[in-house]
Design a protein around this ligand. Structure first.
Ligand code: SF4
Ligand code: FES
Length: 238
């Protein structure tokens, strides 16, 4: 039976974080999220964590599992076979609201700063705004982002420079920069040339390693750096 050591912290009641251990009656094929549900429903209703879809779609159950940022619904008990205790902690870098729940406002503000929507010069069409399969292919990796925040939490640069916008925001920047229906290419590129946009990325590749949707994040950031270098901006880059 897997044993879990879970980070607990209620800012309204606790002076400091603490850990509690739980043993769960769960088979090797059960998900870490299933185990959390069993703990909450059968042992300790005070445990706080987020979940919704349970199928890797909503992005709400990102957490640190044995030191690695991941979705609890995509990891199985057997992935930790031989591990004495499975350690569950909130995503690093962001403020803890309660137990495994972090404040996502700051993360979402970073994404919003990249204008994650189509900017168009002409008025929108009456029906769908169509895109060819070839144009769609240019952004299809980035479109898979579910805003789980695992990449931004895992990025070592966030600790060195908390003002760095972070990898997830840059995935959304990429997604609209190369969308054939968008009209703001130049101003998006200017935004990306700001000191805390693409340039702090130091190619640690942690974001790419932890992304549950296998988005080639670091590669996309490097691609945008090369794109910026093709333009002559007033601000000096690097
Ligand atoms: Fe999560 Fe990947 Fe999107 Fe980052 S890029 S928020 S790791 S899905
Ligand atoms: Fe929705 Fe895991 S619960 S992604």
């Amino acid at each position: 039976m897997p044993r879990f050591r879970i980070f607990r912290f209620d800012p309204e009641a606790d002076k400091a974080p603490w850990y509690r251990t739980y043993t769960v009656d769960a088979g090797p094929g059960e998900r870490i999220l299933d185990c959390l549900n069993k703990i909450k429903w059968e042992q300790d209703g005070t445990l706080g964590y987020r979940m919704s879809c349970a199928h890797g779609v909503c992005g709400s159950d990102g957490m640190r599992i044995n030191g690695v940022c991941a979705l609890a619904c995509q990891k199985l008990v057997k992935d930790y076979a031989g591990v004495e205790e499975i350690r569950l902690e909130p995503l690093p870098f962001f403020q803890v609201r309660k137990d495994l729940i972090v404040d996502m406002d700051d993360f979402l503000d970073r994404v919003r700063s990249m204008r994650p929507y189509l900017v168009r010069e002409e008025s929108p069409p009456e029906k769908e705004s169509l895109q060819s399969p070839e144009d769609h292919a240019k952004v299809e990796d980035a479109i898979r982002c579910i805003l789980c925040a695992c990449c931004t939490s895992a990025c070592p640069v966030m600790w060195e420079n908390p003002d760095y916008v972070g990898p997830a925001a840059l995935v959304w920047a990429y997604r609209y920069l190369y969308d054939s229906r968008d009209s703001a290419f130049r101003s998006r590129l200017e935004k990306l040339n700001e000191p805390n946009s693409v340039w702090p990325c130091a190619n640690y590749f942690e974001c790419t390693r932890v992304c549950p949707k296998n988005i080639p994040i670091t590669k996309s950031i490097n691609f945008m750096k090369r794109e910026i270098k093709k333009f002559e901006f007033p601000q000096k880059i690097e």
